[in-house]
Design a protein around this ligand. Structure first.
Ligand code: AMP
Ligand code: MG
Length: 524
């Protein structure tokens, strides 16, 4: 292994849990606990992201060294690493859940790459920690494949996200009751190494605030600003700390707005937007029962655990993000003299989201901009897509091929799931397209430049739920080539990839009601 440089500020600058013995406990007055990953039986490297390797300054040859699999399975600690589990709380499904913490994620350290950037490495599924509550600290192969692939797919789509360096199988079995129906089964275990500048979540701030431990909360705020928001200046040197905090929270609101606007643009549904799953950097984090919208449906949620209330359905994500930011604001208000700046920042979320949403919508439709008077037309399209059961991704991609001088529905026909609905709604689509084409012509676009620009924002390839499930089915049989192939396809989501059209097909009928394809539980 080469020399890797670590600079572990989190464990160096923040208060640690003085208790170092294992065992589940409430941890007060500390932001993390030192822990060691629990070794696994037979680590085997299944897949890695060459982009993340190079981002970290690691040579691809390194993946062939057995030590690589060993380190990223938690069996060995590389010099300079100081593993720890973070202490945080969170609101789960709308309710305060108290202390949660990294129950199976173990941070290895903050790697400084050759460019001087800081990247935190984190193993998910590396064994028990003081925050594991009643669970085993492990992760199963199916959920690890999903997290690994989606992290990288999202990045390539241009969506802010944590990254994934590696996917390792452990050689151990993990017992899971996938549908919480009293049928636990052994499944292969796996570990993903996640990578991000920071894994701090809203819940890291909420926990000390809920315990009225304001000095601890202030330490964490100052630390976060210093390390992850350097543009705001050094908290120890600014004239007005409170003003700096307000600017910081505004930045968090803006980043969150941009992230969710991207989710809506590509049809991503997170599935578990609890405040412990919201990154302070506005990165998509914690890929659990997420899903990709096939037929455009604002009411859809992939998460069976949320099937009743559907709190985290596709169309609700912006308002849930706002609700989550409000919980963070409530925590921060405990160390602010006034709440007005926090309220103004929340308003900023609405403004930035609205602005971004419109900009993305205009780009997807090939318009120069969405004017106020265009919005009724946009809404009409959304209604049609939903009612007529139309594939979101295929529709937008194909829209680039509609001739705006002689519009017809022909290029869009592949996007329909139901022939009867297609026939029924065709006249409405024709009518919509005619008004739309007239509107596009007002822009006087260069036809070919417009088409190219549309293809650059409307992906051809997204990580459809059934595609991930097919790769998982093969991986469970010991064939990992499906994972690497899918990873490779998702590297260039906006490009035509001749020979790989099958990966751009709409959800097949068999996948409509199949576990893993349309229904996912939190069991992972
Ligand atoms: P999630 O819904 O995955 O965000 O997890 C919520 C909380 O449960 C976090 O504190 C996790 O660390 C913890 N957790 C989830 N799965 C496990 C597991 N298998 N072992 C220990 N803790 C877990
Ligand atoms: Mg989580």
């Amino acid at each position: 292994m080469p020399t890797l440089r670590f600079d572990n500020t989190f464990v160096r600058d923040l208060p640690a849990d003085p208790e170092t013995r294992p065992g589940v406990r409430q941890v007060h007055g500390a932001l993390f606990s030192h822990v060691q990953p629990t070794p696994v039986r037979a680590p085997r490297l299944i897949a890695w992201s060459k982009e993340v390797l190079s981002m970290l300054g690691m040579d691809e040859a390194l993946t062939q060294d057995p030590m690589f699999a060993s380190v990223f399975a938690g069996n060995e600690i590389f010099p300079g690493m100081q593993p720890y589990a973070a202490n945080y709380g969170g609101h789960q499904f709308g309710n305060w859940a108290g202390q949660l913490g990294d129950g199976r994620a173990i941070n290895l350290g903050e790697l400084i790459n050759p460019a001087g950037e800081r990247w935190e490495l984190q193993l998910k599924g590396a064994g028990r920690t003081p925050y594991s509550r009643t669970a085993d600290g492990r992760a199963v192969l199916r959920s690890s494949v999903r997290e690994f692939l989606c992290s990288e797919a999202m990045h390539q789509l241009g969506v802010p996200t944590t990254r994934a360096l590696s996917l390792v199988t452990t050689g151990d079995l993990v017992i899971r009751d996938m549908f919480y129906d009293g049928n636990p089964e052994p499944e292969p275990g796996a570990i993903v190494c996640r990578v991000a500048p920071s894994f701090i979540r809203f819940g890291n701030f909420e926990l000390p605030a809920s315990r009225d431990d304001l000095p601890l909360l202030e330490k964490l705020i100052d630390y976060t600003i210093r390390r992850d928001f350097p543009a705001l200046g050094d908290p120890d040197k600014v004239a007005d700390k409170h003003e700096q905090r307000a600017l910081w929270f505004t930045d968090v609101c803006e980043r969150t707005a941009r992230m969710v606007a991207h989710w809506m643009r590509v049809g991503f549904v997170h599935g578990v937007m609890n405040t412990d799953n919201m990154s302070i950097l506005g990165l998509t984090i914690d890929y659990g029962p997420y899903g990709w919208v096939d037929n455009y449906d604002l009411d859809w949620t992939p998460n069976t655990t949320d099937a009743q209330g559907r709190r985290y359905r596709f169309g609700y994500q912006p308002r849930i993000a706002y609700w989550n930011l409000s919980r963070l604001a409530t925590a921060l208000a405990t160390v602010m003299p006034a709440t007005e700046p926090l309220e103004a920042a929340l308003q900023r979320f609405i403004d930035v989201f609205t602005e971004d949403e419109r900009r993305h919508t205009a780009a997807k439709l090939g318009l120069r901009e969405c004017r106020d008077e265009d919005m009724a037309h946009v809404e009409a399209l959304r209604g049609l897509l939903q009612e007529a059961e139309v594939d979101m991704t295929i529709f937008h991609r194909a829209l680039a091929d509609v001739n705006i001088d002689a519009p017809s529905v022909e290029p869009l026909s592949e996007a329909f799931y139901d022939d009867a609905k297609r026939e029924r709604f065709e006249p409405k689509f024709v009518e919509w397209l005619e008004t739309f084409a007239a509107r596009v012509r007002e822009d006087e676009p260069d036809r070919s430049a417009r088409r190219t620009a549309m293809l650059a924002v409307n992906p051809k390839y997204v990580l459809r739920n059934y595609l991930a499930q097919q790769a998982i089915d093969r991986a469970t049989e010991g064939d990992y080539t499906g994972v690497t192939e899918l990873l490779d396809v998702m590297r260039r989501p906006y490009d035509e990839q001749p020979g790989r059209e099958a990966y751009a097909e709409k959800r097949p009928d068999w996948a409509r009601q199949r576990a893993g394809c349309s229904m996912l539980s939190c069991s992972s």
